[in-house]
Design a protein around this ligand. Structure first.
Ligand SMILES: Cc1ncc(COP(=O)(O)O)c(C=O)c1O
Length: 424
């Protein structure tokens, strides 16, 4: 535990945080201070600055953690703010829940709506992307024969939910396969377009494909789908606070994300966006009679819920916005390019992620042709003390490598050495 932060975060700062004003004090600003490099590109290569950021993380010495895709661990600054909120919530108990919880959560909702570029009336706080997107999938009034277009590379939880709609309502799913190295946006847009028929009601796509890190041209796909009368639901689990997300500009109908991934909020926070004119026709999974049919809060009847998690989003937003979205994104892309550029052209090494900066950021996937993904992940951990995750489906054979803000280039050097040795 970090005494600096303990001393800093008092009951007063908790009250400030639930009021949704900037949480952190002077030493936090020091952590972020960078007098020499104002430019995000220059800063991305300034190891001293990032070493300072790293000092705010409590890292296990057992291995190099290159699996920040499941859950990005919290820096101590956010973690301690969260712990203090849990304590304070326990102290204020029912009084807080009956008096201030709703206003405070509304303020978090407002901050998140401005972060992702939509109206507050189109966004709710959820527990995660699964809850967000499954709320949409189960809320549509499906008719037998309705078609949904999705990709082999989409996330399992949503595929399961569509499968349930197939069993329950007789919908039909059309599955495309996204190439790991598309030539251009048109190739992807046309691939989705070819799968659309007169019966297609919804198209689902990832903003960032989790198994490869490929960023899809969401706006172009939305425009194409809309021109054919098809709604679009975007799985943004890996996008928010990783790459820029402006939902109005993306022009989608539904968008879900998890905040415990790239925003570094505590586990169990997400968002659901539903375009204003699409709210009324959606059924709620957990009915809520206290809101009109066209109020998105009808989809948000969570029951009693640890709202300390929702409120900690304030601390995560403060951290992210103080650091700066562009600086974060640029550093993450720099780290990915740092290692992938050293192994892309090595015999027996296959990088399953596009090199184009517009098509990838922190996440990349790499395979060694002589090793099964599970064996590659195992040897990386056992022999080289590098933790990754094996991916072995949907035309992707490799391990997913996801650096975090605390990752050093020295750690990535070790990954490069390991891959070169394993490739023979
Ligand atoms: C693309 C994608 N969608 C959805 C999810 C589900 O996120 P969560 O478990 O936070 O609901 C994940 C999780 O890794 C994901 O990678």
């Amino acid at each position: 535990m970090n005494n600096r932060h303990n001393a800093q975060i008092t009951k007063r700062t908790f009250i400030k945080s639930v009021l949704a004003v900037p949480l952190f004090g002077a030493s936090f600003s020091d952590l972020m201070a960078d007098p020499k490099n104002k430019n995000a590109t220059q800063l991305s290569e300034n190891e001293d600055f990032w070493a300072n950021i790293r000092s705010d993380y409590r890292l296990k010495p057992d291995y190099i953690n290159l699996e920040n895709g499941y859950y990005c661990m919290l820096p101590q600054t956010i973690l301690e703010a969260h712990i203090q909120q849990v304590r304070e919530m326990n102290y204020q108990a029912s009084f807080y829940m009956r008096t201030r919880q709703f206003d405070d959560k509304a303020k978090v909702r407002h901050r998140l709506a401005s972060l992702v570029g939509c109206a507050q009336e189109e966004l709710i706080l959820t527990r995660n992307t699964t809850e967000s997107l499954d709320t949409v999938i189960s809320g549509i009034d499906w008719k037998a024969g309705d078609e949904v277009v999705m990709a082999l590379q989409d996330y399992g939880a949503m595929k399961d939910m569509f499968q349930q709609q197939t069993l329950r309502h007789g919908i039909v799913t059309k599955v495309v396969s996204v190439p790991n190295h598309p030539d251009n946006d048109a190739e992807i847009v046309e691939m989705y377009a070819r799968a659309i028929s007169a019966k297609t009601r919804l198209l689902m796509l990832c903003h960032v494909i989790n198994i490869t890190g490929q960023i899809l041209p969401v706006r172009k796909i939305c425009d194409m789908a809309h021109s054919k009368g098809v709604e679009v639901m975007v799985d943004g689990a890996h996008a928010v606070a990783h790459i820029p997300v402006n939902i109005s500009e993306l022009n989608c109908d539904y968008y879900g994300s998890s905040l415990h991934k790239w925003l570094c909020s505590p586990l169990g926070a997400g968002i659901l966006y539903v375009r204003k004119d699409k709210i009324e026709k959606l059924w709620s999974v957990f009915a809520d009679g206290s809101f009109p049919k066209d109020d998105i809060r009808k989809l948000n009847h969570t029951g009693t819920h640890p709202c300390s998690t929702d409120l900690a989003v304030n601390a995560a937003l403060d951290y992210y916005q103080t650091l700066g979205a562009e600086k974060k994104e640029t550093r993450l892309r720099y780290l990915q390019n740092y290692w992938t550029s050293q192994v892309r052209n090595i015999p027996n090494v296959v990088v399953n992620t596009p090199a184009d900066a517009a098509r990838s950021c922190a996440i990349a996937n790499v395979g060694v042709t002589t090793l099964k993904p599970a064996d590659l992940a195992k040897v990386l951990l056992d022999k080289y003390k590098i933790y990754t995750v094996a991916i072995d489906y949907a035309n992707v054979q490799g391990v997913r490598v996801t650096p975090g803000l605390y990752t050093t280039v020295a750690e990535l050097d070790q990954l490069v050495v390991a891959l070169k040795e394993l490739a023979g």
